[in-house]
Design a protein around this ligand. Structure first.
Ligand code: URP
Ligand code: ZN
Ligand code: ZN
Length: 472
């Protein structure tokens, strides 16, 4: 079915202009004025922005963690993502030491196939580097198109890797053309501080934040960046929460190291005081890195504006308050880490960023979509409005005012971390490869319609070149 989007304002990472878009066979085939095509459905986008579907490079759906499993799976999570204007996610595939990588990837395919309503891909967690893993990785890249590896520097005795593994991952990624993603916190010191806090009877949610100080995020970020520089490799620091980490990324980039940083909505609008909410409600805001003192927010906003941070992920990792977060009553270390963020990612950045003059509209598109497409080997198929690109398109009303609430959200989880927040702007319709998933704010998609995306190898030049050629 052909579609023509008329009367809207097209926004990409570089341009804002009035034009029409003709969609055929899931692709953008023409951009211009007075377009027509026999049998085409005309979509009136009057008063709306028309931008590329969001790409969320950081989700955890159907993930076992903290003695339980995330509440949102690939069905509820991708439906909520679509309502929020996201058309592609890249989820983290967990691995276990000794287990063939292909088994872990198969597990993630089973979790997602028949469920996802938007397109998706996987990053691969690296828990060890040995001959078996080294033999398997080229196949992972070639057969699965998984071109980003994730190493945890925290969560001791669960996910944490040592420095040798991290450094070997950088060396391997350089050879294979993959991007290394790092959760940067010093897990050993955090382990010491949490044990000490518990021994002193400090069990409330706030101690989650107090035992993971910003210095330890800054230290780990700097350590990872130096290793990356030494290996002449490439590093993407996930969920940057504080000034100390931004400083390390900026310094590394000044030295010419290939380092990029991601932040997330929660760090821009919530702060450490939320963990002190009474009646154990602080547990709703327990994730890692933790929420920081409020002054860090301005540093993060400036870093987004100045290009010191590059992408905006959700770190979606949702657990119900009842029955899941509650596992940590009396012991904050047992509160499953993570929050529900996938749905409100675009709206928060638009409302708090663009509407408040902190970032431009084009920066907004770059942060929520284009830059992730470039860094993670999806550009120019995804992440832009251009002839030949997939017709992943958000028709966004920039003037709708609403209040975020668990009562109206589409995630499966029983609370919303942004409850009561007034925001401006909402996706009205969302297309994935030319098909509606959200139409006039109603879900009309189909579980299983999301396609798995094999991604290209990491390309140093992709992040800076705007004008790649497209073929239809
Ligand atoms: O607390 C968080 N962020 N949970 C998800 C796992 C991770 O560290 O990204
Ligand atoms: Zn993490
Ligand atoms: Zn995460």
């Amino acid at each position: 079915m052909k579609k023509i989007i008329k009367n809207g304002t097209i926004v990409t990472a570089s341009d804002t202009y009035q034009a029409e878009i003709l969609i055929e066979d899931g692709k953008i085939v023409q951009i211009g004025t007075n377009l027509s095509a026999i049998g085409a459905e005309v979509i009136d986008a009057k008063g709306c922005l028309v931008f590329p579907g969001g790409i969320d490079p950081h989700t955890h759906l159907d993930m076992p963690f903290g003695g339980t499993v995330t509440k949102d799976d690939f069905e509820s999570g991708t439906i909520a993502a679509a309502f929020g204007g996201t058309t592609t996610i890249i989820d983290f595939c967990l691995t276990n030491k000794g287990e063939p990588l292909k088994n872990a990837i198969q597990t993630w395919h089973e979790k997602s196939k028949d469920k996802a309503v938007i397109d998706y891909s996987f990053h691969l967690m690296i828990s060890e580097i040995n001959d078996k893993v080294l033999n398997e990785l080229p196949q992972v890249i070639h057969d699965e198109g998984i071109t980003s590896f994730k190493v945890f520097m925290a969560y001791k005795n669960v996910f944490q890797s040592d420095d040798e593994t991290l450094f070997k991952t950088f060396v391997t990624a350089k050879e294979l053309g993959a991007l290394v993603m790092v959760h940067a916190e010093n897990g050993d010191v955090i382990d010491y501080l949490t044990k000490k806090a518990l021994a002193e009877g400090k069990t409330d949610p706030i101690y989650h934040a107090l035992t993971r100080p910003a210095e330890l995020e800054g230290e780990a970020t700097g350590r990872a960046a130096r290793m990356c520089g030494l290996a002449d490799s490439q590093l993407y620091v996930v969920h940057v929460s504080c000034a100390e980490a931004v400083k390390q990324i900026t310094e590394a980039r000044k030295k010419g190291f290939n380092v990029w940083g991601e932040t997330c909505p929660q760090y821009l609008v919530l702060d450490q005081s939320y963990l002190e909410k009474p009646n154990f409600e602080g547990a709703k805001y327990v994730w890692s890195p933790p929420l920081r003192e409020k002054w860090n927010q301005e540093v993060l906003w400036n870093a987004l504006k100045n290009g010191e941070l590059h992408t905006f992920g959700s770190d979606q990792c949702s657990f119900d308050f009842k029955g899941q977060k509650e596992l940590g009553r009396g012991d904050f270390t047992k509160i499953p880490n993570g929050g529900p963020m996938i749905e409100d990612r675009l709206t928060i950045l638009f409302s708090e960023g663009v509407k408040k003059g902190r970032i431009s509209l084009n920066q907004f598109v770059d942060l929520v979509s284009t830059r992730a497409a470039k860094l993670f080997g999806l550009f120019p198929k995804k992440g832009t409005i251009a002839i030949g690109a997939d017709a992943d398109i958000v028709i966004f009303d920039p003037n709708i005012e609403r209040v975020i609430s668990a009562e109206t959200h589409h995630m499966a989880v029983d609370y919303n971390a942004f409850e009561g927040m007034k925001v401006i702007g909402e996706p009205v319709s969302v297309l994935v490869r030319g098909e509606y998933v959200i139409k006039d704010k109603q879900f009309v998609g189909k579980p299983g319609s999301g396609q798995y995306l094999k991604r290209a190898k990491f390309n140093m030049n992709a992040p800076i070149h705007q004008n790649e050629t497209l073929s239809i």
